[in-house]
Design a protein around this ligand. Structure first.
Ligand code: 5GP
Length: 139
């Protein structure tokens, strides 16, 4: 059996955390190294590495938690907005191999950027390439 992830250890109570939300399948707690006051992580209790690994019902539960918590987190710290994101895979910056949704409160003039800033150089794609990509995604 593989080592439990740090988030499984939080779920089991082995490691303390400031828990803000709990259901049978989902836990949310403050990030230990917050990017902003109120930075919250929403995790499925079961460890799944990638979004693609989540069973449909668990994915729905995670999103329901995000939906419920988003205004609560924003209001709790009197923020002006919220960035919601998932680092899905190592190439995307995922460090903990257990799906987690970041809720990062945002403030006017906080110096941060939009989600558009997370990827590298923008690709220059032709209409044909865009059509091919859209077809592949559509399946
Ligand atoms: P990732 O880069 O995998 O998307 O983000 C992992 C997040 O988990 C980071 O923001 C990091 O601060 C947070 N984190 C890592 N270890 C712990 C921990 O033991 N407790 C809490 N509350 N957050 C953690």
């Amino acid at each position: 059996m593989s080592e439990p992830t740090i988030f499984e250890r939080i779920v089991s109570g082995d490691i303390p955390a400031r828990v803000v939300y709990e259901t049978d399948t989902v836990l949310a707690f403050l990030d230990a190294n917050p990017l902003a006051p109120g930075h919250t992580l929403v995790v499925p209790k079961e460890a799944h590495r990638r979004l693609r690994d989540l069973p449909d019902d668990v994915a729905a539960d995670v999103w329901a938690a995000v939906d419920e918590l988003a205004p609560r987190v924003e209001d709790a710290v009197d923020a002006d907005g919220l960035t919601v994101g998932v680092n899905d895979g190592e190439a995307a910056g995922q460090e903990v191999p257990h799906v987690h949704v970041h809720l990062v409160p945002r403030f006017e003039g906080d110096g941060g950027g939009p989600i558009h800033a997370v990827a590298g150089a923008k690709p220059d794609l032709s209409d044909e390439e865009l059509d091919d990509i859209a077809d592949s995604i559509e399946g």
